[in-house]
Design a protein around this ligand. Structure first.
Ligand code: 5GP
Ligand code: ZN
Length: 139
């Protein structure tokens, strides 16, 4: 289903133009309009899901397989030296377009932009980490 007023629904459906590097029945992969690096692309499912909480498990599994294929293809084509796959959920996590998407970000040794994915480290005590670990146990 398409969501009214969702820019990525419209792009995925071909109603708004975008530079497409891959398309099939379920996905469109486009170049990001404000790229973090040369070749920065976005995998868009054609179906609207706001985020990882909403997306169908089968679709995200297919998106991951597609990401693997594209990473290999883009690395060969662009000659990049590494690759980040990023996927933001919620405003606090940096999501600005609320239609699930995966960022494919080629990285280059000579690249000046070191700020991509640069986070500081929080300090937790061993006890706190034990507690967090215990709380997060998943069956
Ligand atoms: P988010 O911050 O939600 O994880 O990522 C949204 C991304 O979509 C941003 O990197 C932004 O540059 C890109 N973007 C937003 N609007 C458009 C658009 O209309 N066309 C394209 N190609 N990219 C867009
Ligand atoms: Zn949408």
């Amino acid at each position: 289903m398409m969501e009214k007023d969702c820019i990525f629904c419209k792009i995925a459906a071909g109603e708004i133009p975008a530079r497409t590097i891959y398309e099939d029945n379920e996905f469109r992969v486009i170049l990001d309009a404000s790229p973090a690096s040369k070749g920065h692309a976005l995998i868009l499912p054609k179906e609207h899901y706001a985020n990882i909480y909403e997306i169908d498990e089968e679709i995200i599994a297919k998106a991951a397989k597609l990401a693997k294929r594209l990473a290999a293809h883009m690395t060969e084509t662009l000659g990049c030296d590494g690759f980040n796959i990023v996927q933001n959920n919620g405003e606090v996590a940096g999501q600005t377009v609320f239609h699930f998407h995966m960022h494919l970000i080629p990285r280059y040794k000579e690249m000046k932009n070191d700020d991509i994915l640069h986070w500081t480290h929080e300090a937790f005590t061993d006890e706190e980490q034990d507690e967090i670990c215990a709380k997060l146990q998943m069956k």
